[in-house]
Design a protein around this ligand. Structure first.
Ligand SMILES: Cc1cc2nc3c(=O)[nH]c(=O)nc-3n(C[C@H](O)[C@H](O)[C@H](O)COP(=O)(O)OP(=O)(O)OC[C@H]3O[C@@H](n4cnc5c(N)ncnc54)[C@H](O)[C@@H]3O)c2cc1C
Length: 819
């Protein structure tokens, strides 16, 4: 056994072996994998082997596509068959909302390049002759389906063996019966991994330990939010109808998914495998995998399965004529949002996670591909935020993760509405004024564990969302909030913002190298600044305000607390010249904005608020009402005259009440997150995480004014120089979409030129309530970015005409902001 390697992968399931394979493929061959028992002994050996390309996430969709493409090539490369049955994949719809979901997905699939077809009920019958199209009694009619001709199912153990062969052929080593029992940092900055067979020193370690993720994490002091849930499938005996169909020359039937009944069905040795995602499936091993479990399974729970068995039997009557051979009930790792954890561990150098896989057979190829890229190149090749382990924070307590994972499991097949807000594990984190907002009719959503008011139901209006892909019950009320902000004065509670304090003699120079903009040189100035990847992509967005000579206040997205915090901590100089403090919980934030905001704030402070004393894009430390030490930033994300008030948290109640008292005469009111979406869209403001990602540079995002190429070195500068020389391939645009009656763009819609070629994608969209226009923002090939250019956008399967607008279609000269 080697005692020193560059990378040590811990865990020999399909995910770990794929990571090893891809590292070797990238040319790092001084690598090894250790497995506590034998390869595939975790969840991999009993997986059903399905490879669904369908996924609503742009990132996960790309990972799955890569896997499916790779698995087709592996046998030729390695000489190991993987039993990939490209039988296709058929997802049924029995209602309009389900078809909306499929059409929404088609937009994402188009932008990724995944082939699919939307087909009719008659075509379903042609493809799947043993199906009952329904329409009578308890079996609803099929109204259409989504068909992927390119995926199917594979033998998970064979796949793992093919990856193993490919890795070993390139020099990687694999040691079975070798369990990692402890991790220590060496004085030289490497990792010492203890095993009974001896220690292994590694520069990097990758944890791919499946159901053991929490225990392995604990050995390193990490609370990994991955807890398995029971998942079962039934194996049926031979099916006479299926035998007859195949003997009659019928091709292998596509994997069938009746989403509205929450099950999948596929052929298996002339019989069937039926896998439901049931209600009531419990989370397991929250405190670790007990010794007795090993390679075993849980007893089957037929009661839980029965409703799905009955539904499937109604849809496929052939099931009635074959007996049940076996029930496989195994642990399937889950995370609170159902996506895996792929990327760096927080707080620890050179520790990488590839954990939390619930579709690990499907995702193994893609996750190994991108993680290897990340380790070897220092950053991934595609935007990975949707699967980055740091998208979760310290709030993922055991009970939270258990509740959320059980919820995610039972919702695998429910319709994924874009405005969906699931109830479990809530409320967890609340702003101090939660009760006050509740009293004002808040309809809550959740992000990063925080409760956020999406909109406010006026008295007499039902306080709930009717989730939809189209305009819904809250449309009119959100519109009223938008107009309140534009015409009078509104308050948004943005307490969840991530807030850091950067201090010390080295603070300015350090920040300056991290971001592309110039850090403000004068006290009271602020700068919107972007930290870039080496490839020039946008990693983070910070608003940096200079509070004092050696004191900067750094604000970023609420959901980026761990993501940005980890980045900042890891980038700190070792010489102690920079102090960094996460003060997210110590300060609250109210946005006070609208034409009357100055009059409201003036009643609470002696600080002059006129344009000369307090110009746009400046900040002052003020008193407001009874609150002291309030950072008042004359900036906001809604494009109105106004201030962001960042106050010591203990003043939340008194400041809130004072604002509403002072604003009464001006008709002040609360504004929610959905109105903010409409307001920011009208101003072409890009949102970090959806519009600003590592996939695009600030030049492509048309943020050139926030990039100072001549200020000195910063991460990403060389990539930007190259891009400027070669020509910026894409440009950010704002689009007006024509002819929309009820389905506005929401992001991830493909854009087409006049000739019907795909030329870009929308990254966000919403209805602009003041402009009375359906709006989208996104990226398009540079030559098509001029205002007036005519494009088409596909929304829920329909092509709509769209026109590129001048940036910031509402108040393009910012007259209201500067008022
Ligand atoms: C019933 C069922 C059906 C499924 N069907 C599908 C499907 O059709 N399609 C699909 O994509 N997914 C499916 N899955 C999910 C899939 O099985 C998993 O996502 C996948 O196997 C995860 O692979 P992994 O490598 O992450 O974990 P695992 O396969 O669990 O491997 C982790 C390995 O790490 C080892 N290990 C743990 N701790 C240590 C340590 N300290 N030192 C050394 N080694 C360690 C373990 O022994 C284990 O071998 C199914 C799951 C279940 C339960």
């Amino acid at each position: 056994m080697k005692t020193h390697v560059r990378v040590l992968v811990v865990g020999g399931g399909v995910v770990g072996v794929s990571t090893l394979y891809h590292l070797a493929k990238k040319g790092w061959t001084d690598i090894a994998l250790i497995e506590r028992t034998e390869l595939t002994a975790g969840s991999t050996w009993h997986a059903a082997g399905l490879l669904p390309l369908f996924n609503m996430s742009y990132t996960v969709g790309q990972l799955h596509k890569y896997s499916v493409d790779l698995y087709k090539k592996l046998p030729a490369e390695t000489g190991q068959d993987v039993s990939f049955h490209v039988s296709g994949n058929l997802r049924l719809a029995t209602n309009r909302e389900r078809m909306d979901e499929y059409y929404k997905y088609c937009g994402t699939a188009n932008t990724i390049g995944v082939p699919f077809e939307v087909i009719s009920a008659a075509q379903v019958k042609e493809l799947w002759p043993l199906i009952d199209l329904g329409g009578s009694g308890e079996t609803p009619s099929i109204v259409g389906a989504l068909y992927h001709p390119d995926d199917g199912h594979i033998a998970p153990a064979d796949l793992t063996m093919a990856l193993r062969k490919g890795a070993r052929a390139r020099g990687a080593e694999i040691y079975e019966q070798t369990e990692a029992s402890a991790f220590e940092r060496t004085p030289g900055g490497e990792w010492k991994v203890r095993t009974k067979q001896g220690d292994i020193i590694a520069e990097h370690i990758v944890l791919a330990t499946g159901n053991y993720a929490r225990e392995t994490g604990r050995l390193l002091g990490l609370n990994v939010p991955a807890i398995p849930v029971e998942h079962q499938y039934i194996v049926y005996d031979e099916s006479p109808e299926l035998v007859a169909y195949r003997k009659g020359g019928g091709r292998e039937l596509a994997v069938l998914r009746e989403s509205d009944q929450s099950y999948y069905l596929r052929e298996e040795r002339m019989g069937w495998i039926l896998g439901p995602y049931e209600k009531g499936a419990p989370a397991r091993f929250a405190d670790g995998v007990p010794d007795w479990f090993g390679r075993s399974l849980f007893p089957g729970d037929l009661d839980r399965l029965m409703p799905h068995v009955e539904a499937a039997t109604r849809r496929v009557p052939a099931l009635e004529n074959c007996g049940i051979k076996d029930i496989v009930n195994g642990p399937i790792s889950y995370t609170p949002d159902g996506s895996p954890l792929i990327g760096p561990a927080w707080g620890l150098p050179n520790v990488w996670l590839n954990e939390g896989h619930s579709f690990g057979i499907t995702a193994a190829g893609g996750s190994g591909w991108q993680l290897a890229e990340w380790i070897v190149e220092g950053e991934p090749g595609i935007d990975m935020l949707a699967v980055d382990p740091r998208r979760f924070g310290a709030y993922t307590s055991k009970r939270y993760v258990v509740k959320k994972n059980e919820e995610t499991y039972r919702n695998v097949f429910t319709i994924h509405f874009p405005d969906e807000e699931r109830p479990e594990g809530r409320p967890a984190k609340t702003s101090p004024v939660y009760d006050r907002l509740n009293a004002r009719g808040a309809v809550w959503g959740q992000r990063y564990g925080w409760e956020r008011a999406n909109w406010f139901a006026p008295p007499g209006v039902e306080r709930r969302d009717r989730w939809s892909f189209r305009r819904s019950n809250y449309f009119e009320h959100v519109g009223n909030e938008v107009r309140l902000m534009r015409e009078r004065v509104g308050v948004i509670d943005l307490t969840p913002f991530t807030k850091h304090e950067v201090t010390g003699p080295g603070a300015e120079a350090w920040l300056d190298r991290l971001v592309a903009n110039k850090v403000p040189s004068r006290i009271g100035r602020m700068a919107l600044s972007h930290a870039l990847t080496r490839r020039g992509g946008i990693r983070s967005e910070f608003t940096i305000t200079r509070i004092a000579a050696q004191h900067f206040y750094v604000v970023s997205a609420g959901a980026a607390e761990r993501y940005d915090g980890d980045f900042l901590v890891k980038a700190l100089p070792a010489d102690g010249s920079v102090g960094l403090r996460n003060i997210t919980g110590a300060r609250g934030t109210f946005v006070l904005a609208g034409p009357k905001s100055r009059e409201v704030l003036a009643q609470l402070t002696d600080t002059p608020l006129d344009n000369t004393s307090f110009p746009w894009l400046t900040a002052q430390v003020i008193e407001a009402g009874l609150a002291v030490d309030v950072y008042a930033l004359r900036v906001n994300f809604v494009g109105a005259l106004g201030w962001e008030l960042h106050f010591p948290i203990e003043y939340a109640h008194s400041l809130f009440d004072a604002l509403f008292e002072a604003g009464k005469a001006h008709g002040i009111g609360m504004v929610g997150m959905r109105a903010m979406e409409s307001l920011r869209m009208e101003k072409s403001y890009r949102m970090w995480g959806s519009d600003l990602t590592t996939d695009y540079t600030p030049l492509e995002a048309s943020l050139d004014r926030f990039v100072r190429m001549n200020k000195g070195p910063f991460v990403g500068r060389e990539a930007l120089e190259k891009q400027l020389e070669a020509g910026v391939p894409n440009r950010f645009i704002t689009l007006e979409v024509h002819g929309v009656t009820d389905a506005d763009p929401l992001g991830n819609e493909p854009l087409f030129d006049a000739g019907g070629r795909m030329v870009g994608r929308a990254t966000s969209g919403y209805y602009g309530h003041c402009l009375r226009k359906s709006l989208a923002i996104g990226y398009v090939k540079s030559e098509l970015s001029q205002p007036g250019t005519r494009l088409a956008i596909e929304i829920l399967g329909e092509r709509k005409q769209a026109t590129v607008l001048r940036e910031s279609p509402y108040d393009p000269d910012n007259l209201e902001l500067r008022a």
